[in-house]
Design a protein around this ligand. Structure first.
Ligand SMILES: C[S@@+](CC[C@H](N)C(=O)[O-])C[C@H]1O[C@@H](n2cnc3c(N)ncnc32)[C@H](O)[C@@H]1O
Length: 259
């Protein structure tokens, strides 16, 4: 059921992921295996009028893979956890939706992303949004304290996806929602891809097979309510594109509810 990880060096993976997303935070205009920024966000379905209400610098470093905030249906007063918040675009949009009575906590392991998010907060971005250093497999939050967990383009990067879904379930109150966008694959990726830390860091090598991904969510006590493909998302480098076409690597958005 799990993605092939036998020979993946997880220490090297963490370093590669941190170094790639440090560049996304600091130099978002560079070329990556994937698209970034506002044009990507709008193509995926983010409403431009919502994007106009949050800091442009957070949008510049957006590196998500799909739109899912319609599924999250965040309402006034909701308490939201963003796993792998990056430069904070989804966290800030969630903060707008949750309003003054709500609260959003973004968690990320890359110092440069956190520094950028915190700087935007100091500069007056939405006051109910905070950012903490941590891992998505064990976020530093209280059990049962969230209405909604969101995540965009991150879980595929984790070598332990069941731990991420279990952590999301622990963080949520009963009946809470998990809404996310991520990369999955139709066919099992070969070891040459799954053991290549740079393809993992580019959101391809860690793509789990669809069936196993759904099973991992359900095993964490979620019921999947919506599952949809994001056909607007594509990788940009030739190497990445070859892997995606051969193995059916694709972006999905989903909504699941905790029992
Ligand atoms: C593809 S980016 C997406 C960021 C953001 N969600 C967005 O849509 O722009 C992946 C982010 O997840 C973070 N990340 C990856 N693996 C992580 C882990 N195991 N724990 C915490 N953060 C992680 C990276 O530091 C990076 O900021």
């Amino acid at each position: 059921m799990s993605t092939e990880t036998r020979q993946l060096d997880t220490t090297e993976l963490e370093e590669r992921v941190k170094s790639m997303y440090e560049e996304v935070a600091v130099e978002p205009e560079r070329d990556f295996h994937f698209e970034t920024g506002r044009a990507l966000a709008e193509r995926l379905g983010y409403p431009p009028e919502e994007l106009d209400r949050i800091p442009a610098a957070a949008i510049d470093s957006f590196a998500g893979v799909g739109y899912f905030l319609d599924l999250a249906a965040i309402g006034q007063g909701d308490v939201v956890l963003d796993l792998g918040s990056g430069s904070g675009m989804d966290s800030f949009l969630a903060g707008l939706a949750a309003g003054d009575d709500g609260r959003v906590v973004g968690v990320d392991m890359t110092d440069a992303q956190l520094a950028k998010e915190k700087q935007l907060t100091r500069e007056g971005a939405i006051a109910t949004v905070e950012f903490d250093a941590g891992y998505i497999e064990r976020p530093p939050v209280e059990d049962g304290s969230f209405d909604c967990v969101i995540s965009n383009g991150v879980i595929n990067l984790s070598p332990d996806k069941p731990a991420v879904f279990a952590a999301a379930a622990r963080a949520l109150r009963p009946g809470g929602r998990l809404a996310l966008a991520d990369i999955v694959s139709e066919r099992q990726l070969p070891e040459g891809v799954t053991c290549d830390a740079s393809l993992w860091a580019a959101c391809i090598g860690g793509a789990m097979q669809t069936d196993g991904y759904r099973e991992a969510i359900e095993a964490a006590d979620f019921e999947i309510e919506t599952w949809r493909e994001n056909t607007q998302y594509s990788f940009v480098s030739e190497r990445a594109d070859n892997a995606t076409q051969k193995y059916g690597v694709t972006s999905i958005s989903l909504l699941a509810r905790r029992a």
